[in-house]
Design a protein around this ligand. Structure first.
Ligand code: MN
Ligand code: MN
Length: 466
């Protein structure tokens, strides 16, 4: 059949109107590449339930790719690769560029902490013949979603002599899992009348750990004691050791494919390990970039980036001071000339809940990484609003690199909102914009991304690191 000739109006529309592109329609040949890329990503997720584990896994990848520990005062040359770890919870990867460092660096920064249930400092108790742990939630998963989700326990216990015990229970074949119980519908009439936000309350997020007592009528808390005796046998710890611990409950589920077409990935903690993985893979493959790269995986984003492993600290500044010293430059010259991709996820348009989105400014699955000019809420409060000039520079990198990308805002005006790390980098005198993957069911125990988006986000970082 002969192709119908386009009308003048159609041609004008093509020339003048902005139309986001669907990767699978434009580049169906990339579906297979994206699937391959997703396999490595799922492995990364399964080994990165908490930030410590993510740093260990990433540093192993970096070592394999030829990264050496950063040394202060060293003279580095183009293509040299170095690695710096902060307190086991941040990792910074750098590939030295052709330009002197005073011409600015390219930052790729993603966070590797995700919402979870932290154990309280003194967590163990028993109630009516069941042993439990109390939790204090970290970050914002809607509390009712924690109920009856199989959970794994991760984290570290420090013994009094400084020895560390790392825990990872519920992830390996044969491991038990743990759970927050919920009511049966038959008895939930009153609970069902609660507001959804109170479906499960903070002090109801109690972890069921055991149900058998020690065999001794004289012991008051026999169920808790049984639990402690198992822990003591296995780890050599006592109840007092919990006071020196960071233990956390996360969904025990592994990353899986979603959909008959296997086009999506479902997993816990994709916010923001998805951007972390894409940024790290691009960083590892960077050979001789124009600008020196600084790929940083950070912590504590979910609770405001506070503390000495979060982006509001001076950790990055101190690293840059060390870099500047190596080349005899001033750190403020580096910062002024730098560009930053603050790599974090955005909420994908969900047709089931269409009324919270404004369609023209929402991100969609399979439309590529989302450039988010600003985040924030109530009139962009708490946001770093990228300038037109910054948008120009970043969009040029994307377009020159053949990256399909999209623009996106987090929901309708005044519907809610959020913030991320962009503001902290921008505060350092660095031009910054958010770029990341669109996520369905973001901040749930099981989040959904598209494989093509993950792959194209990696391509975006490759284009930026050129
Ligand atoms: Mn995030
Ligand atoms: Mn988040």
């Amino acid at each position: 059949m002969e192709k119908e000739k386009k009308t003048e109006g159609q041609l004008l529309e093509e020339k003048l109107c902005y139309k986001p592109e669907h990767i699978a329609k434009k580049h169906p040949e990339d579906i297979q590449e994206a699937e391959k890329f997703a396999e490595g990503y799922k492995e990364f997720l399964n080994h990165s339930k908490i930030e410590r584990e993510c740093v260990i896994y990433t540093s192993a990848l970096a070592e394999k790719a030829g990264y050496k520990p950063f040394q202060r005062g060293m003279k580095y040359k183009t293509g040299d690769k170095v690695c710096f770890i902060n307190r086991g919870k941040n990792i910074i990867l750098t590939t030295f560029g052709k330009q002197p460092i005073s011409e600015g660096v390219h930052f790729n920064i993603a966070h590797i902490d995700s919402p979870r249930l932290d154990l309280k400092p003194n967590p163990l108790y028993e109630s009516e013949e069941l042993a439990y742990a109390k939790t204090h939630y970290y970050g914002g998963i809607r509390k009712y979603q924690w109920g009856v989700t199989p959970l794994a326990m991760h984290g570290r216990i420090m013994l009094s002599d400084g020895k560390a015990i790392d825990l990872d229970v519920g992830e390996n074949p044969g491991d038990p899992v743990f759970v927050v119980t919920d009511l049966l519908p038959h008895l939930a009439a009153k609970q069902s009348d609660r507001k959804l936000r109170d479906g499960l309350k903070g002090e109801e997020l109690n972890i069921l750990l055991g149900s058998i007592p020690v065999d001794d009528e004289k012991v008051k808390a026999a169920f808790k004691l049984k639990l402690l005796s198992i822990l003591n046998e296995r780890y050599g710890i006592t109840e007092r050791d919990f006071l020196r611990a960071e233990l956390t409950m996360v969904p025990a589920q592994k990353a899986v494919d979603v959909g008959f077409d296997r086009s999506m990935i479902g997993a816990y903690g994709q916010d923001d390990k998805v951007c972390a993985y894409a940024a790290v893979m691009a960083e590892l493959e960077t050979k001789e970039p124009e600008h020196t790269t600084v790929t940083l995986l950070t912590d504590k984003e979910e609770i405001g980036s506070a503390g000495c492993t979060g982006m509001s600290s001076d950790v990055l500044l101190h690293y840059l001071e060390d870099l500047a010293e190596c080349e005899g430059e001033r750190v403020r010259d580096i910062l002024r000339n730098s560009l930053c991709l603050s790599a974090d996820v955005n909420a994908a348009y969900d047709p089931t809940f269409a009324d919270v989105f404004e369609k023209n400014n929402s991100s969609f699955l399979n439309h590529g990484p989302v450039l988010t000019k600003y985040t924030g809420s109530r009139g962009k409060s708490g946001s770093s609003d990228a300038s037109a000039e910054t948008m120009q520079k970043i969009i040029k990198y994307m377009d020159d690199g053949g990256v399909i990308w999209q623009i996106g805002e987090l929901g309708k005006v005044d519907e809610g909102g959020g913030g991320t790390i962009a503001q902290f980098i921008a505060d350092m005198d660095v031009d910054t914009v958010d770029l990341g993957v669109a996520v369905l069911a973001m901040h749930a125990p099981f989040e959904i991304t598209s494989k093509l988006d993950v792959y194209y986000t990696y391509k975006a970082f490759c284009a930026f690191n050129r």
